[in-house]
Design a protein. Structure first.
Length: 196
């Protein structure tokens, strides 16, 4: 391989990594549906360069989704798996997902399946949903979560947080601590004792 070809490959790798880093920053602040022009501007490249390097918006999202969302979701799953108490597992999972929704706007796009043609995003959603349903069933068998809470209810509670978080973005002065304190009211309402 010639020196010029090696230099070109090194430049291409730097270019791809620069676009990935810019996409992570832009998607973290604005979600996955933000225009690619914003990513291009942040990366200092043309939108055409993004398409040349990644093939499509989906290709770019697929290239960053693990770092953007999956790692944090896996950390939540790992933390929950360490717990023995079914109520703690259920509540910590929900709180973790809800706080992740608050921290990372892109998570809301993942959970709302804003990009249904992305296999990594679809797989991530399905695994998250399967775990939530399993944690709900375990907590209900233990008698610590209200028996009338269904899988569909749980899915809607998670999706509704997407809308709440987006609404919080519009309200100045909404802190993460305030949001987290309010989550406790919701979690308390899911306990079996609240059904009586």
């Amino acid at each position: 391989m010639s020196e010029a070809a090696r230099k070109q490959r090194a430049d291409a790798r730097r270019n791809v990594e620069g676009i990935r880093r810019a996409a992570l920053d832009v998607f973290r602040s604005g979600g996955l549906t933000i225009p690619l022009e914003e990513v291009a501007k942040a990366a200092g490249v043309s939108k055409g360069t993004i398409y040349h390097r990644f093939g499509s918006r989906r290709g770019l999202i697929d290239a960053v989704v693990d770092e953007l969302v999956a790692e944090r979701m896996q950390a939540i799953v790992a933390a929950v798996s360490e717990l023995d108490d079914p109520l703690q597992r259920f509540e910590q999972y929900l709180e973790g997902i809800w706080l992740l929704q608050f921290d990372e706007p892109a998570v809301n796009d993942v959970l709302m399946r804003a990009l249904p043609d992305s296999e990594p995003l679809t797989g991530l959603c399905e695994r998250a949903q399967e775990l939530a349903v399993r944690l709900l069933a375990d907590a209900q068998v233990a008698g610590v979560v209200r028996p009338d809470l269904t899988e569909d209810d749980l899915g809607h509670l998670i999706l509704e947080r997407c809308l709440v978080v987006r609404g919080c973005d519009q309200q100045p002065g909404q802190s993460r601590d305030d949001y987290r304190r309010r989550l406790r009211f919701l979690l308390d309402g899911l306990r079996a004792s609240a059904a009586n």
